[in-house]
Design a binder for this molecule. Structure first.
Ligand code: SF4
Length: 635
């Protein structure tokens, strides 16, 4: 018997209803370990070149890893992949919660969904047994309603539900997949792909928890976890104030996106900070399966026009940065309301918040007028206008709502008239709430990341800038980094930092690990402990080097998919906005990214990664990573 995983992958053909169980050998698990690396072995081989992301030939994959469900912090995350309707390249998204561990306990390591059901269905996987059921009665219901109905239908309040909301049914391009009503596989439009297959929900429950190989080593790691939450200041802040703990820090260093990322400091940062949330609307802290950090927020607002139901959790930093400061809004209750609308309808709050800020800038500049907004005064700072337009987006109930439901890049193409200058997108994917002007290496990763701008695909610059704490630097030394660089620089060494930490993060997305618990710098567990944990769970003699190879395999497979779809260096570019000096106040006022440094950064990145000058993986690189089979899909 394997340790940590089942050796069983469920295949469901939604067109015919046929199901099969695949039992890959241990070598497959050791080579890919889980998540999107494993998923790409199916997607790359089976999704034809040029396939319609919303057609039946697209695959939707849902993968745990070999460590998901083990009793230790930060392992309960799940990865969803498909060709993305946002970028038309690869889509990739992770979510935490209790669903990922429960999926494992239901008896499988992964799920491959093919085809399209002739009518709306939901899938149950209960103690290893999978079944499709009619879902017509669930259509149009909010996520909390569906969650409650499905738990009742399977007769178990502890069942976990992953679903698309009404936004997915309505065809919002950046629809999300929601579990626990408040955890999102949000990015890259995976909810719309699930909707295109007429699959409303997946319900899981089971008792098949795989054994771990080394209980003693697990116990030792579990002992240091709770201590680290108290003694590591970054973890302590995350636990107390959630991800919104970084609002004030990012504001201080000039990377709190303000008024559609034209400024890096917001005059109302304090009222929307994690500290303020803890003082005012926070009801309690929540967690993911077995995690001691408990960083998730649960807020409650019982009175006033922005009432909030705790079932929808609470806003993360990204939601605050994008619906808040980037829309010029300093009202935490209004931002929480935006979060609630996103969760109850199932849309990605990053894409949606950034699209809203984009529309506000277009309105301020006269690119769109009240004629386009149906009379709404869509100015920065107008919270009620923002919420009204948001409701129109998730329901696609107005012309403006339907346009913005396509995302900002498609809206800019339609509007023209300089709207493209207001974009923050890479590969049609809106950038999160961290700005490349202050974080150059992150900017480079925004540009090269196979599924568009993403803030959780590498470590952020402040951890490799002069003055970084020894604790963080010593961790970075474990993956071959040790020479911090000047602030706002993109030196070759900073590019090496970008690349090596990207590889580490890529491994974490393969093992489905939480990036607040495992990481190359500030987290609860560093690189050596990540290898130790993987060894303890699986019994394999895994080293940090092997983990880095896993990360490289995933990156190369994702990138090979994109290359086959025609993506090249021209797609690895930041939008014009980031090449204009920031206005406003703070240490980044007047700061800009230059084309010269980004071009040089790309050259160096491609060299380190073993890609051509056009950003394409080479046969030799794939061979060195023992994934030579993928070369067949290179252009
Ligand atoms: S640190 Fe937060 S997001 Fe990560 S596993 Fe723990 S509770 Fe979940």
């Amino acid at each position: 018997m394997p340790f940590g995983y089942h050796g069983r992958i469920l295949h469901v053909d939604l067109t015919t209803g046929k199901m099969e169980i695949e039992t890959p050998p241990e070598s497959f698990y050791r080579k890919y370990m889980g998540g999107s690396a494993m998923a790409m072995t199916y997607i790359l081989r089976e999704v034809p070149k040029g396939a319609d992301p919303l057609g039946p030939e697209n695959l939707l994959t849902v993968f745990d890893s070999v460590v998901t469900g083990a009793s230790i912090s930060g392992q309960s995350r799940i990865n969803v992949n498909a060709k993305s309707p946002m970028s038309e390249g690869i889509g990739d998204s992770q979510a935490g919660g209790f669903f990922p561990a429960e999926f494992k306990f239901a008896g499988y390591d992964g799920l491959v969904l093919r085809g399209k059901s002739p009518s709306w269905v939901y899938l149950t996987i209960l103690n290893g047994e999978a079944k499709l059921h009619d879902a017509s009665h669930l259509l149009g219901k909010l996520t909390a309603e569906v969650d409650a109905v499905l738990k009742q239908e399977v007769g178990d309040p502890k069942a976990e539900v992953m679903q698309i909301g009404p936004a997915g049914e309505n065809g919002v391009r950046y629809a999300a997949i929601v579990n626990m009503c408040n955890r999102m596989n949000g990015r890259t439009g995976m909810g719309l792909v699930m909707a295109s297959k007429n699959l409303k929900a997946i319900v899981v429950r089971g008792k098949a928890k795989p054994a771990v190989a080394d209980q003693k080593a697990m116990a030792a790691l579990n002992k240091t976890g709770p201590e680290g939450v108290k003694t590591n200041p970054d973890m302590d802040g995350l636990a107390k104030y959630g991800t919104a703990v970084v609002v004030m820090f990012n504001n201080m260093i000039g990377t709190l996106p303000t008024r559609n990322q034209n400024e890096g400091q917001f005059e109302m940062a304090d009222p929307i900070s994690g500290e303020k949330m803890a003082e005012t609307i926070l009801k309690r802290r929540e967690t993911c399966y077995a995690c001691v950090v408990r960083c998730k927020r649960v807020v409650e607002i019982e009175e006033g026009k922005y009432k909030f139901d705790p079932i929808y959790g609470g806003p993360e930093y990204e939601t605050i940065g994008l619906f808040g400061s980037s829309c010029g809004i300093g009202d935490l209750a209004a931002i929480a309301q935006a979060h609630q609308i996103c969760d109850m309808h199932g849309v990605d709050s990053i894409t949606c918040g950034a699209t809203m800020a984009f529309a506000m800038e277009c309105f301020e500049k006269g690119i769109i007028t009240k004629e386009d907004t149906g009379g709404i005064d869509l100015r920065f700072g107008n919270a009620d206008a923002m919420l009204e337009v948001l409701k129109q987006i998730v329901t696609k109930s107005s012309k403006l709502g339907s346009i913005l439901a396509e995302g900002s890049a498609r809206a800019a193409q339609l509007w023209g008239n300089g709207a493209g200058e207001c974009l923050t997108t890479v590969k049609n994917q809106e950038a999160p709430a961290h700005m490349p002007q202050a974080k150059r290496s992150l900017g480079l990763i925004y540009a090269v990341n196979p599924f568009g701008a993403d803030h959780q695909s590498s470590e952020h610059d402040p951890y490799y800038e002069e003055g970084v704490a020894d604790f963080n630097l010593n961790r970075l030394k474990e993956i071959g980094l040790g020479t911090p660089q000047p602030v706002h620089s993109l030196t070759p060494e900073k590019v090496r930092f970008a690349y090596l930490t990207e590889v580490f993060y890529s491994m974490m997305d393969t093992l489905d690990l939480c990036q607040f618990v495992y990481g190359p710098t500030w987290c609860l567990y560093g690189p050596k402990e990540t290898a130790e944990m993987t060894r303890a769970v699986t019994g394999w003699d895994v080293s940090v080097d092997e983990l880095m190879t896993i990360g490289k395999r995933r990156l190369n497979l994702l990138r090979t998919f994109n290359a086959r779809e025609g993506f090249t260096r021209k797609d690895d570019q930041l939008p014009n906005k980031y090449f204009k000096p920031l206005v406003g106040t703070g240490p980044t006022a007047g700061v800009t990214v230059t084309h010269e440094e980004m071009d040089a950064g790309l050259d160096e990145y491609y060299r380190l990664a073993g890609f051509t000058k056009d950003g394409i993986p080479t046969k030799d690189t794939l061979k060195a990573l023992d994934i030579e089979w993928a070369a067949e899909y290179l252009p």
